[in-house]
Design a protein around this ligand. Structure first.
Ligand SMILES: NC(=O)c1ccc[n+]([C@@H]2O[C@H](COP(=O)([O-])OP(=O)(O)OC[C@H]3O[C@@H](n4cnc5c(N)ncnc54)[C@H](O)[C@@H]3O)[C@@H](O)[C@H]2O)c1
Length: 258
């Protein structure tokens, strides 16, 4: 793999999870220095160990993306260690509960919004001044195909991912003149903890049948891998995407075209 991110610094949130970890690994292979953050009890050291084994440089931080104080600390630690930031991958996310609207607890709605929407907003708010100091940069926000579709038992999640696309487009317009590009990625079904949780929420005890049913709705006939999402995130940060901003890239095997 080419080292086209040499001298670049990227912050990846939710880096202990499936897509986050694959994103960290891909950036490291491309020569970037990485700040990998996640909640304090998440197994971030597994991501860090994988990076160190491949000879990469990683800084880890305990980080709740819904906390402005945490964002300020992460930015301060990043600039102290690496001197600045070039890219942000707002990847941390939560699925909430699988339930019809009338059965969804208010607290779950608030939690999904706090992580998936406020977390992305605060991340951009915190990092944009740092990207400006570098003369530009790129932000990739993790939306979902649920950012352009509805889901009867995941309404708060779908609403939060629609909001991520709104935040992405607004930031792309607001900061394009400063060479800050902002794009969103819309994965669906990707082999991670989150999909296992959704399968068991939708069909308790019949997860395998649920997975097979979902695969039948995917033109490419299978779930995606975390690295297949990381590849698109990496492309959107690269020079090859220098004229791409405000876009929404699905990584869904064609599923959202039905
Ligand atoms: N897996 C899929 O099929 C799929 C589909 C569409 C979108 N996505 C999105 O991709 C992103 C990554 O999902 P994943 O599949 O890797 O799930 P995952 O559950 O493996 O990883 C999510 C990570 O986010 C972290 N996190 C949760 N709340 C946080 C908070 N408040 N602060 C910081 N970190 C927090 C978790 O600890 C976890 O490590 C999410 O935004 C998700 O909504 C995933």
């Amino acid at each position: 793999m080419s080292k086209h991110f040499e001298d670049k610094v990227v912050i990846v949130t939710g880096a202990a999870g499936g897509i986050g970890r694959a994103t960290v690994e891909r950036f490291v292979l491309n020569g970037a220095r990485v700040v990998a953050t996640d909640l304090k009890d998440a197994p971030i050291e597994e991501t860090a160990a994988a990076v160190e084994q491949s000879g990469g440089e990683v800084l880890t931080a305990a980080h709740d993306v819904s906390s402005w104080d945490d964002w300020q600390r992460v930015i301060a630690e990043t600039t102290r260690r690496f001197g600045g930031v070039d890219f942000l991958v707002n990847n941390a996310g939560t699925e909430g509960a699988v339930a019809a609207i009338e059965d969804s607890p208010e607290a779950v709605f608030d939690q999904v919004m706090a992580v998936n929407v406020k977390g992305v907003f605060l991340g951009m708010k915190a990092v944009i001044p740092e990207l400006r100091k570098r003369g530009g940069g790129a932000i990739v926000n993790l939306a979902s195909v649920m950012g352009v579709m509805g889901g009867p038992t995941v309404a708060p999640y779908a609403a939060s991912k629609h909001a991520v696309i709104g935040l992405t487009k607004s930031a792309a317009i607001g900061y394009g003149s400063e060479k800050i590009r902002v794009n969103a990625v819309g994965p669906a079904p990707i082999e991670t903890r989150m999909m296992r949780s959704l399968e068991s929420g939708m069909a308790p005890g019949e997860e395998a049948g649920m997975k097979a049913g979902i695969e039948m709705q995917i033109p490419l006939g299978r779930y995606g891998t975390p690295d297949e999402v990381a590849a698109v995130i990496s492309f959107l940060c690269s020079e090859d995407a220098r004229f791409v901003s405000g876009s929404f890239y699905t990584v869904d095997g064609g599923m959202s075209n039905y």
